[in-house]
Write a protein that binds this ligand. Structure first.
Ligand SMILES: [Fe+2]
Length: 259
């Protein structure tokens, strides 16, 4: 399994960064693009990294936020999998900024073979799109800073992730982790029938060293998760707590992670 970081919040030496996420996941002889960042940057970085995006089999959109899906207008003709709730008009509560997708569902249907799934969707023998992630813990997804057009709270119910079945256990790749990392992992274990978690990588949506961060770290330690790689929307001092517990490294664009 190989993950190439095409877009993320931190820049590598020869690749640029943006607020967004795009990872190329190679597993099971498949090339799956998880998210596309917010611009053409993922494609520009791919070219620096000598990655041919024509070879992608499938695109997975983790959720309908601009920083994960607005790069989609640089691609076409692929299979695109996402939760049906991705296309809604949505805003930041703080200042009413639009944070939904630029392209409408109709425009995406014209460009891609769109598959929407609330249920888990098996991409290959050993890789899953997890569909709707039930919110079961009492420390995740308790608050939201987002609203819909009518002002009602938006808990980003369309937030999903990918699960890869490896010899070492399950490896979870998240976009922004709005559903909560523990909720996501628990759902992935149920969906795949797995019992061991090898790793988790991507946006953890943890901002401070609050209870959610503490409980997430506790869960990952109790389950002896070997690869812990928070990035994108995981901010200081949450990252500092992860560093203290796991000795994590900064995830940067241009990174290639292989196990
Ligand atoms: Fe995000």
């Amino acid at each position: 399994m190989k993950i190439s970081v095409l877009a993320d919040n931190h820049a590598g030496a020869f690749t640029r960064a943006e607020h967004g996420l795009s990872y190329l996941v190679e597993h099971d002889q498949r090339k799956i693009l998880l998210d596309t960042g917010q611009s053409s940057l993922f494609a520009e970085n791919a070219s620096v990294m000598k990655i041919n995006l024509e070879d992608i089999d499938t695109i997975v959109l983790s959720h309908g936020h601009f920083d994960h899906g607005d790069g989609l207008d640089n691609l076409e003709g692929k299979k695109l999998i996402c939760h049906p709730g991705c296309f809604v008009q949505r805003y930041r509560k703080q200042d009413n900024t639009y944070i939904g997708l630029k392209l409408s569902k109709e425009e995406l249907e014209q460009r891609f073979s769109l598959i929407t799934a609330e249920e888990p969707y098996r991409i290959s023998e050993g890789s899953w799109f997890l569909g709707y992630i039930p919110r079961i813990t009492d420390f995740e997804s308790q608050r939201t800073t987002f609203i819909f057009k009518d002002g009602s709270p938006d808990f980003v119910d369309d937030d999903s992730a990918m699960a890869l079945m490896l010899d070492e256990g399950l490896f979870i790749v998240t976009g922004c982790g709005h559903a909560g990392i523990v909720n996501t992992i628990e759902h992935a274990l149920k969906v795949t029938g797995g019992n061991k978690i090898a790793g988790v990588m991507g946006g953890f949506h943890l901002k401070t060293d609050d209870r959610q961060t503490i409980e997430t770290i506790k869960y990952l330690k109790e389950n002896r998760v070997k690869y812990v790689m928070p990035s994108h929307c995981t901010e200081l001092p949450a990252l500092a707590s992860f560093y203290n517990e796991f000795g994590i490294r900064q995830v940067k664009t241009g990174d290639v992670f292989e196990i």
